[in-house]
Design a protein. Structure first.
Length: 133
């Protein structure tokens, strides 16, 4: 099976949406659990770091043709994150989603969201998948 950026992006957005909608004690449907398990992070999708801005801005920033194909879906992700985070937290979330994979951080994810929603800025967190030299 070949790598499909759009499929990965759409699946990740679905998983993030499920995570935001979940309430403590709520049972997830089997398809929601599967969507969360398929969350793969945005590490291979560097365009997640482009701003929530008009497409022309992405072009000025030298976005590739492949990045521009994903533009509408990345704007959807930006809007989703902005609905749940204050400005500072939103910008940190973009970077966090780029580097972290759901299945290794699912228990920390909710705490991180709650910290940001309550105005607590996490300045340093250790994640075993991030290599430090």
């Amino acid at each position: 099976m070949s790598y499909n950026s759009l499929q990965k992006l759409k699946g990740n957005i679905a998983a993030v949406q499920i995570a935001f909608e979940w309430k403590q004690g709520q049972m997830l449907l089997p398809e929601q659990v599967e969507a969360l398990k398929r969350y793969a992070g945005f590490g291979g999708l560097k365009a997640v770091l482009y701003p929530n801005a008009p497409k022309e801005e992405w072009i000025k920033l030298k976005a590739s043709k492949e990045d521009l194909k994903l533009y509408p879906d990345f704007i959807e992700l930006h809007k989703l994150l902005q609905q749940h985070f204050k400005e500072v937290g939103y910008k940190q979330a973009i970077v966090a989603y780029y580097y972290l994979k759901f299945d290794t951080i699912h228990s920390c994810h909710r705490n991180y969201i709650q910290f940001l929603k309550n105005g607590i800025v996490v300045s340093l967190a250790f994640h075993p998948c991030i290599k430090m030299n």
